[in-house]
Ligand binder design. Structure first.
Ligand code: DON
Length: 571
């Protein structure tokens, strides 16, 4: 008998016993307090009106999944720079009654007419405006499909009830606030090129003042159709026809087939354990889960607590450098490329990576086997929800950069994304976030572009944390830092306000917020060979909900860098 067959023989009876015992073990092995419910609901999102939309639906008897649909939809209306019906996102779900967990992949897909070199000029150089501005930059949206799917599959209320707050906000309007104002200023020239977008967001082609009320009747109509007809209300019929006509009139390549063939995919989340925390992470086509699981494995080989601040940062940066390198080489849409998730998150693989890490010196990124690099602000939005029963949702949704492609289809009021820029236009060419990629993330018809969006749910004996943030390539490092901070005992507020630093392999720089390091630590890190680069702007807009099993306390916190709102409701 072969070794494999013998092992199988030994394993099968054991597996059978385990399978029978699983429900029993499951209950026994769970932290005692985890079975209890929080008796409180909490929502953290990037805008008070979005958090209120979620609370309204909870008050009407909805669960966390209904609330997530309401918050998601409201965000598409009131944070139009960050996400929209013309974009996509990821939603990580945990259902408390049976601990069922899933990842709803509503990522955009490349149109069926897309080609690998569609953003290269005759000389083979990337034309970045083509992948960032106008309808040619837009992938086929997944967000509307995800709203319908999440509501109908996991919600307790009808879709129309979950979309009602968003419809109201689009019809009645809301005042321009400072973050939106900043986005409008940054993207005004692109918005001006789209008559429908200008009519909604600008006044005579100029950025309106704070407080000006933005009303979006066409978008309200599209949301209403979605509420009444579900999936087909967006992906076929008049909305689909208007979107295809609009996209094509602006140089896009969408077809009715693209929309008709779009569907969300439920994927198994990645689970990683680190220092007593069970992390539920985003699988490909997000790169976040693989990178975070890999960094856990690398760091797991060190007694971090025994090192001082500089050595801790150094080791973390070396872990980031290696995880982002693998992101560039191996990660892409798992339906198109074979992403070696098991290998990249395996302890043996991390042991190999650790072999090249020196405590006394930064590893220059060019010394890691990689690929040659061709020389070479933004928005998205995250929300976290916990309901009184303990159901959890972490959702991150996007149009890619501020207002996506800047093109609004006039009849539907839908802003098209510019998510195609998240593909690798050419091996080694940088995208908007200076990320490089290769074959695994090359453009192909119907393929999903690699993402950094990393909705995450942590659980340990201590409690639960639901988190995520926008920030392009820096999303992964922000989620990693906040996770480590939670492990060190921080609460929700501590996680969102933590000063941030980031390394993404290439460019080989240690980016950091102004207050991330004191002078002495900065000098020590530079002496190790890190090239520090201070960012003039604070970055990220993290939204966190935590539930402490010991005290029963539920907390929600919204990043002080943004204008979000965190609400807790006691039942
Ligand atoms: O999916 C991604 O990785 C990007 N499109 C996310 C963009 C983003 O977070 C912009 N935020 N500042």
């Amino acid at each position: 008998m072969s070794v494999a067959a013998r092992r199988k023989n030994l394993v099968s009876p054991l597996m059978k016993i385990l399978r029978v015992l699983a429900p029993v073990l499951f209950v026994v092995l769970l932290p005692a307090r985890a079975a209890e419910t929080p008796s409180r609901a909490a929502i953290a999102s990037a805008h008070p009106l979005a958090s209120a939309a979620g609370m309204e639906v909870l008050a009407a008897g909805g669960n966390a999944f209904d609330a997530a649909v309401a918050v998601s939809a409201a965000l598409t209306v009131i944070v139009p720079n960050g996400s929209g019906l013309g974009g996509g996102g990821f939603w990580l779900l945990h259902r408390s009654e049976d601990r069922f967990e899933t990842f709803i992949d509503g990522r955009e897909k490349a149109p069926l007419a897309a080609t690998a070199d569609m953003y290269l000029d005759a000389a083979g150089d990337p034309v970045t405006s083509a992948s960032r501005e106008g309808p040619l930059a837009a992938g086929i949206p997944g967000l509307p499909a995800a709203l319908v799917h999440m509501s109908e599959t996991y919600g307790a209320l009808p879709l129309s009830q979950n979309l009602a707050p968003a419809i109201r906000l689009a019809r009645d309007g809301y005042p321009v606030y400072s973050r939106l104002h900043r986005g409008l200023q940054a993207r005004q020239s692109v918005l001006r090129r789209s008559p429908a977008a200008s009519a909604i967001f600008l006044i005579d082609g100029e950025v309106p003042e704070l407080g000006h009320v933005i009303v979006q009747p066409a978008l309200a109509g599209t949301l209403e159709r979605l509420a009444e007809e579900g999936h087909s209300g967006f992906y076929s019929g008049p909305v689909a026809e208007a979107l295809v006509t609009g996209a094509r009139s602006g140089g896009g390549i969408w077809t009715l087939d693209d929309l008709a063939s779009y569907s969300v995919i439920e994927r198994e989340p990645i689970v990683a354990n680190f220092n007593g925390v069970r992390a539920l992470l985003a699988p490909p086509p997000s790169s976040g889960g693989v990178a975070i699981a890999n960094m856990f494995q690398i760091l797991g080989g060190y007694e971090l607590a025994e090192h001082g601040r500089v050595a801790q940062v150094h080791l973390l940066v070396e872990a980031m450098r290696r995880a982002y390198r693998d992101r560039a080489i191996y990660l892409g849409d798992p339906d198109f490329v074979d992403v070696p998730v098991a290998r990249l998150t395996h302890p043996f693989y991390a042991a190999g990576q650790r072999a090249s890490i020196r405590l006394d010196r930064a590893t220059p990124s060019e010394n890691l086997p990689g690929f040659t690099v061709v020389a070479g602000g933004t928005q998205t939005t995250h929300f976290s929800v916990l309901d009184a029963k303990g159901n959890r949702v972490a959702g991150t949704q996007s149009l890619n950069s501020w207002f996506g492609s800047g093109y609004m289809e006039p009849e539907t009021g839908v802003m098209l994304n510019n998510e195609m820029d998240d593909f690798s236009a050419k091996p080694g060419a940088q995208n908007l976030y200076q990320l490089v990629g290769a074959k695994a993330n090359a453009i192909a018809p119907g393929k999903r572009m690699l993402s950094s969006m990393s909705p995450t749910i942590l659980e340990s004996d201590r409690g639960v944390a639901i988190l995520g943030t926008p920030g392009g390539s820096r999303i992964i490092s922000m989620v990693m830092l906040a996770t480590l901070e939670w492990l060190n005992g921080a609460d929700a507020q501590g996680m969102v306000s933590l000063p941030r630093f980031h390394h993404q392999y290439l460019p080989d720089k240690l980016f950091h917020e102004p207050d991330a390091f004191n002078e002495e630590d900065a000098a020590a890190l530079a002496a190790l060979g890190h090239e520090l680069s201070v960012l003039t702007r604070l970055y990220g807009n993290m939204q966190v909900v935590t539930w402490d099993f010991e005290t029963g306390k539920v907390q929600a916190a919204s990043d002080p860098r943004g204008q979000g709102d965190a609400k807790v409701r006691v039942y």
